[in-house]
Design a protein around this ligand. Structure first.
Ligand code: SF4
Length: 197
């Protein structure tokens, strides 16, 4: 594995993704956070900017974090695969498997209190079973990831709120639950921000 800290610096394990990516999109955020969000794969905006969850999905996530008294700088955001699939297709089982070791290493080094899976692909990948994301959103499980167990909270994908407004409340509630369960942002920053209103 070619990793520098939490970052993959070079990798050509997935031939199709090497063709479609402009860069490897590593996770962002502090290396000592209690809360990690895991998405599926970079999309066009993420591939261009080199950061997970930018564009409209990123705005939905940022807004929900703010409502929970957190900011993007308080949490780690990463993906199951780090290279953009062509035409935004789902990553294949083989690609997920190819990239799994990087995610396991990242989580092991971060040692978070809580892992939140954003959408069906990361939820199924990390729980190792099929997941009905809409009905399981907000549920917490113990997940074996690599050599360790983590508390895992299932969430709908932020983009789901753009197509189905009924998902917006579910998403905001899940992120608020994530903040509470992980204890992220308990430095009092969230409180002082709430005090501004
Ligand atoms: S998706 Fe992961 S395993 Fe595949 S080429 Fe990119 S970094 Fe390597």
């Amino acid at each position: 594995m070619s990793m520098d800290g939490l970052n993959v610096t070079a990798c050509e394990r997935c031939p199709e993704l090497c063709e479609s990516r402009s860069r490897i999109v590593n996770g962002v955020g502090p290396d000592d956070t209690a809360l990690v969000f895991v998405g599926e794969a970079p999309g066009a905006n993420e591939d261009e900017e080199g950061e997970p969850f930018v564009g409209r999905s990123g705005t939905v996530l940022d807004d929900a974090l703010r409502d929970a008294g957190l900011s993007r700088a308080d949490v780690r955001i990463t993906n199951c695969v780090r290279c953009r699939p062509p035409e935004n297709r789902d990553p294949t089982t083989e690609e997920l498997s190819n990239c799994r070791g990087y995610l396991e290493t990242e989580l092991d080094r971060l040692d978070p209190e809580l892992v939140v899976t954003l959408g069906k692909v990361p939820s199924e990948h990390l729980l190792g079973r099929s997941v009905a994301v809409t009905s399981e959103a907000g549920d917490v499980y113990d997940a074996r990831i690599g050599d360790r167990s983590y508390r895992l909270l299932v969430s709908v994908h932020p983009a789901a709120t753009l197509y189905d407004r009924s998902q917006a409340e579910t998403f905001v509630d899940t992120v608020a639950r994530a903040a509470e369960l992980s204890g992220a942002g308990e430095s009092g920053e969230g409180q002082s921000r709430l005090g501004e209103f």
